[in-house]
Design a protein around this ligand. Sequence first.
Ligand SMILES: C[S@@+](CC[C@H](N)C(=O)[O-])C[C@H]1O[C@@H](n2cnc3c(N)ncnc32)[C@H](O)[C@@H]1O
Length: 367
Amino acid sequence: MAAELKQAIIQEIRNAQAGRIPFRRYMELALYHPRWGYYTGNRKKLGPEGDFYTSPFVGEVFGRTWGRFLRRFWGQAPFVLVEAGAGDGRLTEQILREWIREGLSPKEVVSYLLDVSPDHRAQQQQRLHEFCGIVHWVDSWDQIPPGGCTCIISNELLDAFPFHRVRRRKGCFQEIYVTLTPDQEGFAEIEGPLSTPELARYIKEMDVHLTEGQETEINLEAKQWVRDATEWWEQGLLITVDYGGLSHELTAPHRLQGTWRCYENHRLHTDVYQNPGEADITADVNFTALERWGHQLGLRRWVYQSQSRFLQEAGILDWVQPVTSADPFHPDHKRNRAIRQLIAPGGMGDAFQVMIQTKGLSLPPWP
Ligand SMILES: C[S@@+](CC[C@H](N)C(=O)[O-])C[C@H]1O[C@@H](n2cnc3c(N)ncnc32)[C@H](O)[C@@H]1O
């Protein structure tokens, strides 16, 4: 698979003007090529046999906490839960099960999943088959009927969007392109002018400052995504959970190479040209940009805090159990360990941020 994809990318570079493509396009092919892309192919991506773990894999207490938190938005209007980029569907499952435990009829909610990966959709359908009639799959936002209180939630989705890489050279911004090595069989990086005026606009709007030779990522796809995800409903929430930070944090001088990295078989590396299609490529999400773009679309930031703080304020510690069993695999031990992992300082709890933007809702300050 990697060999076929590599040849397809080589061909595209050969055909491209000036024999180069923006890194963004290379990443798009590596992750989303219709036949051999990382997300479009069947490679096991999540969990122990995959490339990385996400919070819903750490323990069901993650989704239970979200389920309890979201409960407060059920009211007169029907509640519409949409999970975008849902992996194997376990976050939606954890949320629905928590609602059922609280005595709510799942019929009171309608839930949608939207994911580009046919492989992940199949896993979601298998996992959620008992919620048939409540859970629906869509290929695009316009397939979701508007109305009610809409909640769009994504965990580790925006970091997977193809991003541009820009670098400061002699006081100016240059873009990083991918070209071929002299033997035409490998990939090499080369700098060139910005491939779209949108990049210059972003640099100005986000007030991006880099030191000489420093690079950063620009995720323009996220801007369009926020628009598409929110322009069709009038009342609700956009919840984004991802690793990242504020614009000035992501471009701080110590981040000389930006924040991008690859995950492959639970190994973190930067050999991005080694096996295209076999590794996830990702970068920190710029939450300043997300807030600004949302604001332009009528969204108001309600919550922005680390996952650790958010989960604690949403009550995750209520599930901590005093344990009497010596068996380390006892469910109480496992749940306590999961909670610790989700909120531990210096780990997932700090690396991940939670941003909640609202539209048409008047809410007291959180928490
Ligand atoms: C890193 S995984 C996270 C999965 C899940 N949210 C979790 O926490 O376990 C990213 C997910 O987003 C999906 N995805 C990637 N790009 C997407 C896009 N542009 N639109 C919708 N889904 C996408 C992938 O197929 C995958 O299911």
